[in-house]
Design a protein around this ligand. Structure first.
Ligand SMILES: C[S@@+](CC[C@H](N)C(=O)[O-])C[C@H]1O[C@@H](n2cnc3c(N)ncnc32)[C@H](O)[C@@H]1O
Length: 193
């Protein structure tokens, strides 16, 4: 985001700067002027700020309100980056869904060259979609090493859909980092329609 971009939300870092009593901390949001927020927070903390309309142009600072980090996405429908969740096993990828509303993924997709061709794939809508990629030895290795998944013979049985996103791939194998780009491109028309 450029410093003069007119964005309803910004990410910023709380500054270690004196503040008058009754006023909130100063935050560097990458804007031309600093932003004064509605709360006093510890210096160096990262915050998501809702930018308030600039009522007086001559003011030395912009004004903003601290909001939860997901607000730009949930209230502003903006892409606001991503978060990372570490899962200690394949089963935990599936069961430790972080979403508070439902607590689970409603559609899950496993990916493999042994999956069904993506060309015929249709999706009726979803709230929380999970797409799972294997490492160098595929999802089979995750299954074989997971004590909670004993008795499940193939990764296919773990997912609602098991997709080959690169039919007629031509090469012996596709790396995970390649498969992610290929799969997200192939699934885009189905996921975002
Ligand atoms: C190096 S590949 C693993 C190959 C492994 N032999 C297998 O059977 O899945 C790493 C990961 O890339 C993804 N991948 C590779 N080829 C794919 C394809 N044609 N369609 C979908 N995903 C693929 C899968 O998630 C796979 O687990």
């Amino acid at each position: 985001m450029r410093e003069d971009a007119d964005s309803p939300y910004r990410e910023g870092v709380v500054l270690d700067r004196p503040i008058k009593s009754g006023k909130g901390s100063f935050v560097n949001c990458g804007t031309v002027k600093l932003v004064q927020i509605d709360k006093v927070l510890q210096p160096n903390v990262r915050v998501t700020v809702k930018m308030l309309p600039e009522t007086e142009k001559h003011k030395k600072y912009f004004e903003g309100r601290v909001v939860p980090p997901e607000t730009p996405r949930t209230h502003g429908a903006l892409y606001w980056g991503y978060t990372i969740r570490l899962a200690s096993s394949l089963s935990h990828v599936l069961t430790q869904c972080p979403f508070r509303d439902s607590g689970k993924y409603d559609v899950t997709i496993g990916t493999s060259e042994k999956g069904d061709p993506v060309d015929d794939f249709q999706l009726e809508g979803f709230k929380h979609l999970l797409i799972v990629f294997g490492g160098v030895k595929g999802l089979e290795a995750g299954l074989d090493n997971d004590e909670e998944l004993i008795g499940i013979s193939e990764p296919r049985h773990l997912f609602d859909y098991y997709l080959n996103t690169c039919p007629i791939q031509g090469s012996r194998t596709i790396r995970t980092e390649e498969a992610i780009l290929v799969s997200l491109s192939a699934l885009r028309p189905v996921v975002f329609k």
